[in-house]
Design a protein around this ligand. Structure first.
Ligand code: HEC
Ligand code: HEC
Length: 225
């Protein structure tokens, strides 16, 4: 009568150990279960997919924004993502709505996404607030000299969103993106999206920092979220 008990105990052990392993792997498994990887790449080595890449999420996003987005997704690319097969025709295949997660799933997947990084250490970048004059000068660069506004939405003086829709909207960039990532992106967007449509600008260091700070100053009012 000893053996069945032993088998039961061994069985119980494997069940529990299996449970632990699944626990550790829960987020990637959840990503598959929710089919996030049918549209997004979670590794550089996957074939190109139409939705934005997520394998550098930990470099790019602010955690709080990410978790909220997964629960209540909104539209960032008003003309659809640039790699959507219908993008150039102005008729994206993807028309949403984006799948939404419950709080527990959102937390798990956020933790997983925040662990995905391509840059080893993004040293913290503390940028001083722009003075009024500096802000006006960067705004002129953004709108006229570099025509960023042709592709990106930003705020006008009356805090109304305006601008082109072929690039991601920047009107909540200050809550959505990490300063360090924006700085790296502006330095060279190709290090993240080699086949992207964003032009390469050769900013000097001062302009790079001011432009980063200008973008990070774009925040939606919390009540509009
Ligand atoms: C049917 C395709 C599809 C599926 C499935 C899908 N997504 Fe998305 N996702 C998109 C598209 C398209 C966008 C871009 C939306 C926009 O910019 O307005 C997006 C945007 C995002 C963003 C913001 C990315 C950025 O750079 O702005 C995150 C994060 C994200 N998705 C995570 C997920 C997760 C996690 C799942 C699984 C629960 C998932 N997605 C499932 C198509 C999809
Ligand atoms: C010709 C259109 C175009 C112009 C002009 C342009 N961008 Fe972009 N930008 C894009 C596109 C498209 C993306 C999305 C990346 C991709 O997938 O190619 C992007 C991405 C970005 C991002 C990252 C946003 C995200 O969520 O991924 C920032 C920040 C940005 N641009 C800032 C700027 C600034 C600052 C300028 C001007 C100095 C500028 N862009 C000019 C098209 C443009």
């Amino acid at each position: 009568m000893e053996t069945p008990k032993k088998i039961f105990l061994i069985g119980l052990f494997f069940l529990t150990a299996g449970g632990w392993c699944i626990g550790a792997e829960a987020s990637p498994a959840l990503v598959q279960e929710k089919q996030c990887d049918t549209c997004h790449r979670f590794s550089k080595n996957d074939a190109i997919k139409s939705a934005p890449d997520l394998f550098f999420s930990g470099d790019k996003f602010q955690k709080e924004w990410l978790e909220n987005f997964l629960k209540r997704p909104g539209t960032i690319r008003l003309a659809g993502p640039t790699r959507d097969p219908g993008f150039l025709k102005g008729k994206p295949q993807y028309t949403g709505p984006h799948p939404a997660l419950n709080s527990k799933e959102a937390r798990q997947i956020t933790d997983h996404l925040m662990s995905l990084k391509t840059l080893k250490d993004l040293a913290p970048l503390e940028l001083p607030e722009l003075s009024k004059g500096a802000r006006v000068r960067v705004k002129i660069l953004f709108e006229r000299d570099y025509s960023c506004i042709a592709c990106h939405q930003s705020y006008n003086l009356a805090r109304q969103p305006r601008g082109g829709i072929s690039g991601p909207s920047l009107i909540d960039a200050g809550r959505r993106l990490r300063t360090e990532w924006v700085y790296q992106w502006l330095k060279n967007p190709k290090q993240f999206v080699p086949q992207g449509r964003m032009p390469l600008y050769a900013f000097d260091e001062e302009t790079l920092r001011k432009m980063t700070q200008y973008i990070m100053s774009h925040k939606k009012e919390p009540e509009n979220k």
